[in-house]
Design a protein around this ligand. Structure first.
Ligand code: CP
Length: 338
């Protein structure tokens, strides 16, 4: 695809070569993301950051990524702080804000709303999550993390064995990750969820049409026994019609160090898009895994900055100019990044 000037709305717009391009640019962002060098390649550019649902990682890492490329960020968070609360349409909001920004990152609770906004925008729009539909930058950072974790074991994404666990019905990160895996070869996916929270059938069919093995299960321990990656997810309680309904599923699948030791192969990588639900009634990924070196959740969040820098550099067509606008830094940066 041509990245320059494009919206990033769904992983289905990518070919495998596009994903490899993003990962290659992300690799080149490491000295900047890890604060060894600074670049001003986006000096004067403005990111419009519009998050109409709660977010920590996606919102802050999009903003950090833009700042690390030398640009500035203007934020709107929550409907209550936006004129949408006064009845303004997405069309009008997009027309207005795209006059104030050079690129926009947006999260919205309704599936398809970011695409609707993008259709009216005069600048590229990156989907930061639209309802239960997609979360493309998360899937890219997840796959980038998988690639890096497996590279240390002499493995690649082709031939990956992964178990996705939890709320596969409403979890947009697993929807996007499955669609992205369809670009690769010989993947085995075990989809572990309560019956009512199964992966949407069309996504399971997409995996099978790509030649992958896609098994569905309600048994955690047997499903995580022979995989490279366990990708745990939170019950997306904000998508349920009532708290009581969400409560039926919270805590159904819990991975802790004892279960990991007893059932996983040594060095199975543990991932989660975060936030994990650390309340006593949930704990899909227990805090007692925090010292497990195979827990990659904070490597995922660090990698998110690299991947989002790469997306901005490609969409704004400066990927080959980053180094020309750079200098070394002389403040202390050692030891923060693994
Ligand atoms: N993974 C993710 O989307 O996290 P936030 O909701 O904190 O952005």
């Amino acid at each position: 695809m041509q990245f320059a000037g494009s919206h990033i709305l769904s992983v289905t717009q990518f070919e495998r070569a596009d994903v490899e391009t993003i990962f290659s640019v992300a690799d080149r962002m490491e000295p900047y993301a890890h604060r060894r060098r600074v670049t001003k390649v986006l000096d004067g550019a403005i990111l419009g950051s519009m998050f109409f649902e709660p977010s920590t990682r996606t919102r802050v890492s999009f903003g950090s990524a833009f700042n690390l490329l030398g640009g500035e960020v203007r934020e709107t968070t929550g409907f209550e702080n936006s004129a949408i609360a006064k009845g303004e349409s997405l069309y009008d909001t997009a027309r207005v804000l795209s006059g104030y920004s050079d690129v926009i990152a947006m999260r919205h609770p309704a599936a398809g709303s970011v695409a609707e906004f993008a259709a009216a925008s005069r600048v590229p729009v990156i989907n930061g999550g639209d309802g239960a539909n997609e979360h493309p930058s998360q899937a890219l950072l997840d796959l980038y993390t998988i690639k890096k974790e497996l590279a240390g074991r002499g493995r690649g994404i082709d031939g990956l064995r992964i178990a996705m666990v939890g709320d596969l019905r409403y979890g947009r990160t697993v929807h996007s990750l499955c669609k992205l895996l369809c670009l690769f070869d010989r993947v085995q996916v075990v989809l572990v969820s309560p019956q009512e929270l199964r992966m949407p059938g069309e996504i399971v069919e997409d995996l099978r049409a790509a030649g992958h093995e896609a098994l569905e299960s309600e048994a955690l321990e047997a499903s995580i026994a022979h995989v490279d990656i366990v990708y745990s997810t939170r019950i997306q309680e904000e998508r349920f019609s009532s708290q009581q309904e969400a409560d039926l599923y919270r805590g159904r699948f819990r991975l802790n160090q004892t279960i990991y030791t007893e059932h996983c192969e040594p060095n199975t990588v543990i991932m989660h898009p975060l936030p994990r639900d650390s309340r006593e009634t949930a704990r899909e990924l227990d805090d007692d895994l925090n010292d497990n070196p195979n827990l990659a959740i904070f490597r995922q969040t660090d990698n998110g900055v690299l991947v989002r820098m790469a997306l901005f550099a490609l969409v704004l067509d400066v990927a080959d100019e980053v180094d020309a606008h750079a200098r070394d830094v002389n403040w202390y940066t050692a030891g923060r990044f693994g």
